[in-house]
Design a protein around this ligand. Structure first.
Ligand code: A2P
Length: 279
């Protein structure tokens, strides 16, 4: 399916920046993850994203094809040989309506220029790191949670993940489990690193042990009581946010309310925000 043909010459076209898909996993009718080969020259910081995609349909007049690209957070750790991505499937989404059908052996386009604000460099030193995700916003944190620096820099790392349904938590839950059991990470970071990692999953539209939007659970104080930690303060707490737009705006407001200031690569502060990919 990923063989692209020049309509005028009927000859196969080699994709620019092509990488080969090595694995695809489907979680729900809305979510899947995939892995692909990594360009030898690609270096990235945990939490960054790259542009990836497929060749678009031929222009009806000229027959020319242009790449159809979207920003995807790299979910794999920077020491991995391959790259991993976590994606939504939107049935009428320009890219994901097609990307959801990729199979091992297919080619995708990957522009090897990583960028992004969800990086350690954009935060000042602190004691506790909060990672707030909704939906596919978990992806950059999947990389950060496998970076030794995350545990070296903080005494405690709390990841919250709010999804509509229980099945949408699977990717994150499996990843947290695999991190806790990862002997190479334990060797790299030190035994007991997993005790620093705390996972707080919530659902909003299907019954689960913890229900509600993370924002509401913070306002009511329930999160802090459950985790037995104080409310966030600029003295001790740092935060990274990645989710849908409404969530990002709401939690940004709350973080500002706690006195935290937004940071950037060029000006490290207390918290950083990025939009999760929605196609
Ligand atoms: P809800 O079901 O109440 O809308 P989506 O899949 O649409 O991106 O949503 C992912 C999760 O983010 C859902 O559980 C959704 O809750 C939640 N969410 C949406 N908007 C907000 C918001 N403003 N604050 C907190 N959570 C939100």
């Amino acid at each position: 399916e990923q063989k692209h043909v020049n309509q005028a010459t009927a000859r196969p076209v080699t994709l620019p920046d092509a990488q080969r898909v090595t694995e695809v996993k489907h979680y729900t009718d809305r979510l899947f993850s995939f892995r692909c080969t990594r360009p030898a020259s690609l270096r990235f910081r945990s939490g960054e994203f790259v542009m990836i995609g497929l060749m678009g349909d031929p222009d009806p007049k000229t027959g020319k094809q242009k790449p159809l690209l979207r920003a995807y957070s790299i979910a794999s750790p920077s020491w991995d040989d391959e790259l991993e991505f976590y994606s939504i499937k939107v049935q009428d989404g320009p890219l994901t309506s097609r990307l959801q059908h990729i199979k091992p052996g297919d080619e995708i386009i990957l522009r090897p220029k990583p960028v992004g604000t969800l990086v350690h460099d954009a935060l000042l030193p602190g004691k506790r790191l909060w990672l707030f995700a909704t939906g596919t916003g978990f992806a950059p944190f999947a990389s950060l949670l496998r970076d030794p620096q995350t545990y070296e820099d903080y005494d405690e790392v709390i990841i919250t993940h709010t999804c509509r349904e229980v099945g949408e938590l699977t990717y994150g839950r499996d990843l947290i489990q695999s991190i806790r059991e990862d002997e190479m990470l334990a060797e790299l970071i030190g035994e007991g690193f997993a005790d620093k990692l705390r996972y707080y999953p919530t659902t909003t539209r299907e019954e689960s042990p913890k229900m509600g939007r993370i924002t509401d659970l913070m306002r009511s104080g329930e999160v802090f009581a459950d985790l037995n930690v104080p409310e966030l303060t600029p003295e001790t707490d740092r935060a990274m946010v990645c989710g849908n737009l409404a969530f990002n705006l709401e939690i940004k407001d709350m973080l500002e309310g706690y006195g935290l200031v937004e940071g950037a690569n060029s000006r490290p502060q207390h918290y950083v925000v990025e939009k999760a990919f929605l196609d």
